[in-house]
Design a protein around this ligand. Structure first.
Ligand SMILES: NC(=O)C1=CN([C@@H]2O[C@H](COP(=O)(O)OP(=O)(O)OC[C@H]3O[C@@H](n4cnc5c(N)ncnc54)[C@H](OP(=O)(O)O)[C@@H]3O)[C@@H](O)[C@H]2O)C=CC1
Ligand SMILES: CC(=O)N[C@@H](CCC(=O)OP(=O)(O)O)C(=O)O
Length: 344
């Protein structure tokens, strides 16, 4: 199949390239740019020498319409204009940005502070949390790939919320991300001298993933309480660790929590439930499409601590996008995504 990537030079784009090169069904990968047309890609990124020595292409709808699938990995506010004219013109569309995730356009305006996508396009888009929305993804013309934090949080919480094992009104989520989550554009926030030897909380109560997580909890687990969600930047390149705390509902045991997770994901190869562990961290999924989940009850407080880890660029972005492509095209979900984590 023929693949096009818009935003190829960004972190999500580079990860798509890395993973798609091992995909047995992919014949060609063409790379698009909004700012560096004609630049030889391997001159910009030496690690792609002898792999992508062709020039970057200008983004043009007629050209994009020829692909089987087009991935867009661009900043928010770009695909809301770029992709709607391509819906139904041929390629399956997979958007890694937040532009089509929120079903209520006023929420997008409020949290992203940008103009929302046209409502007809939002209505056609399907939320790409693969393990929870596979049937809809199969027929979707446009996939709204989930945010990195929501992927880690939702995969760990949805089974327990859906089965009413934990108190949905009292969820507190404390999440930490590596710096690649902020993309390749340098900023004050990601400057080495301000991130090295530092851990910082950011976007307190204002993070754009709050409404995305709440929307998905409502949709897939039928609870509508607001969540407390905080994000932290830690001095590492990749990885997200999300720790959620929730009181147990009457009668819930730790065994039930573990069994709920195991049962939910028994046929899902990328979600691993880690039963016993003293150490649980982002390096156990680094470079892979796994989401690992661990849950433990504190009998002193009767609260559950639910921890999950992903690689933000793989399961949190490019890997899940390719998993969704596999579902759309009827390939085995693991095709191209069997990388063993780079532990050390
Ligand atoms: N980094 C992460 O861990 C995750 C990111 N995301 C989301 O995925 C998207 C991409 O993220 P990421 O790769 O990190 O971002 P980057 O900033 O690293 O890359 C974005 C790329 O988009 C292209 N671009 C910029 N402006 C435009 C424009 N106006 N039109 C077309 N293309 C444009 C640029 O390439 P060029 O100048 O060549 O056009 C740039 O390289 C974002 O929306 C992000 O929020 C989602 C999950 C995780
Ligand atoms: C470390 C870091 O800055 N991470 C980004 C995650 C970006 C992302 O996935 O945002 P979208 O919803 O726009 O896709 C953030 O917290 O905003």
């Amino acid at each position: 199949m023929k693949v096009g990537i818009i935003g190829a030079s960004g972190y999500g784009g580079l990860e798509l390239i890395r993973l798609l090169h091992n995909h047995t069904e992919v014949e060609t990968i063409d790379l698009f740019t909004s700012s560096e047309e004609g630049i030889i890609f391997s001159h910009k990124y030496t690690h792609l020498l002898n792999i992508h020595d062709e020039p970057l292409l200008k983004i043009e709808n007629d050209r994009l319409a020829d692909f089987d699938v087009v991935f867009a990995s661009t900043p928010s506010g770009v695909t809301s204009e770029l992709l709607p004219p391509l819906i139904g013109r041929g390629p399956k569309l997979i958007d890694l940005s937040g532009d089509f995730r929120l079903k209520d356009p006023s929420q997008y305006e409020q949290w992203y502070k940008k103009k929302p996508a046209p409502i007809h396009a939002i209505e056609k888009s399907v939320y790409g949390l693969t393990e929870w929305n596979e049937t809809a993804i199969q027929h979707a013309p446009l996939i709204a790939n989930p945010g990195c934090y929501p992927t880690a949080v939702l995969l760990s919480l949805l089974p327990l919320l859906k089965e009413n094992l934990i108190d949905a009104t009292q969820i507190v989520i404390d999440a930490k991300s590596g710096i690649s989550g902020a993309g390749n554009k340098p900023s004050q926030m990601t400057h080495f001298s301000e991130t090295n030897e530092n851990t910082a909380i950011y976007k307190l109560h204002q993070h754009q993933h709050i409404p995305e997580i709440e929307q998905a909890i409502n949709r897939f687990a039928d609870h509508s309480s607001p969540i407390t969600f905080t994000t932290h930047l830690v001095p590492m390149t990749r990885g997200i660790l999300a720790t959620s705390y929730a009181p147990l509902n009457e009668g819930t045991t730790e065994k039930q929590l573990i069994e709920s997770l195991q049962e939910t994901y028994k046929n899902h190869p990328f979600v691993r439930i880690i039963k016993e562990t003293n150490k649980f961290g982002t390096n156990q999924v680094y470079g892979s499409n796994f989401c690992d989940i661990h849950v433990k009850v504190d009998p002193r407080t009767n609260r559950a601590t639910i921890v999950s880890v992903i690689d933000n660029l793989v399961k949190g972005a490019a890997g899940q996008a390719i998993q969704n492509m596999n579902v759309q095209f009827g390939f085995d979900q693991i095709t191209g995504l069997q990388q063993v984590p780079l532990f050390i």
